[in-house]
Ligand binder design. Structure first.
Ligand code: NAD
Length: 262
């Protein structure tokens, strides 16, 4: 039997990268997975791959910053499955560059996806979680940048630090026996996904506008020298989603191969 057998899970930003690995892993371990993203082609393909492997998956288009769409998405999950057990707030963007060169529009765009999107995830997801009366697990994907400052990623770091404390606050608010809903944050280190290709290169790479080489950053900063994979993060999320972590709430799971240890 899978580790999340029979649970219904919703994963945002699930078309690619870490979100796709989380959705695929939960699907493989027996959950019915609802994937949402802006990228319909890849979202549908990821859902189809989960179904082809014998799992159950549904893809829905969603911009996590749009509150009206949240009501529709959760309504659809309720209509199809009547419950929600696992909620993974994964969708996020990173805008890199010197602080003084960041426009207010970019600051707000990043805040909208990384903070407002997480707020809307729980605001709309928790009522359906409560409906089953069987508790649930919320996982928010923060970052090592949410544990310490990051030059040239100041706005990103601010949003991920906010997510860290938001997760703890949600954990406290949902800790009562009435809810039994757990909430934890996950803090990935340097993970091999396309998020690095989307960041304009700043001082982390002195060749401005050159592509960012995540592997070189990992080799230079991670104690083990290893670049992480999306699956490394999905493995941690699987634990937090499953009943194996029933006594874990308000915690932060750092998956960084020692980056924060020093
Ligand atoms: P990614 O860019 O590969 O994937 C992000 C996904 O989110 C994409 O499919 C994208 O379409 C989707 N998305 C973006 N904006 C959205 C929106 N408004 N609504 C719905 N979906 C949206 O990135 P990733 O590396 O897989 O990142 C996943 C999460 O992990 C993010 O929250 C990121 O901040 C965090 N993280 C990543 C790393 C890393 O090194 N890759 C490290 C720490 C934290």
């Amino acid at each position: 039997m899978g580790q999340v057998q029979g649970k219904v899970a919703l994963v945002t930003g699930a078309a690619a990268g870490i979100g796709a690995a989380i959705a695929t892993t939960l699907g493989r371990e027996g959950a019915t997975v609802v994937l949402t993203d802006l990228d319909d082609r890849r979202g549908e393909a990821t859902a189809e791959a989960i179904r082809a492997a014998g799992g159950q998956a549904l893809y829905l288009h969603q911009d996590v910053t749009e509150e009206g769409r949240w009501a529709e998405v959760v309504g659809e999950v309720d209509k199809q499955y009547g419950r929600l057990d696992v909620l993974v707030a994964n969708a996020g963007i990173a805008i890199m560059g010197p602080l003084l060169e960041m426009s207010l529009a970019d600051w707000r765009r990043q805040t909208a996806v990384n903070i407002d999107g997480v707020f809307l995830t729980v605001k709309h997801g928790i009522p359906l979680m409560r409906k089953s009366g069987q508790g649930g697990s919320i996982v928010m994907i923060s970052s090592v940048a949410g544990l310490r400052g990051s030059a040239n990623l100041a706005g990103y770091s601010a949003t991920k630090g906010a997510v860290r404390l938001f997760a703890k606050s949600v954990a406290l608010e949902c800790a009562g026996a009435r809810d039994d809903i757990r909430c934890n944050s996950v803090h990935p280190g340097i993970i091999d996904t396309e998020i690095w290709d989307k960041m304009p290169a700043g001082a982390a790479d002195s060749r401005r506008n050159a592509p960012i080489d995540a592997r070189a950053i990992a080799e230079g900063s991670v104690p083990t020298g290893k670049l992480g994979t999306a699956q490394d993060i999905a493995n941690g999320v699987l634990y937090l989603a499953s009943d194996a972590s029933r006594y874990v709430t308000g915690s932060e799971l750092v998956i960084d191969s020692g980056l924060m240890a020093g």
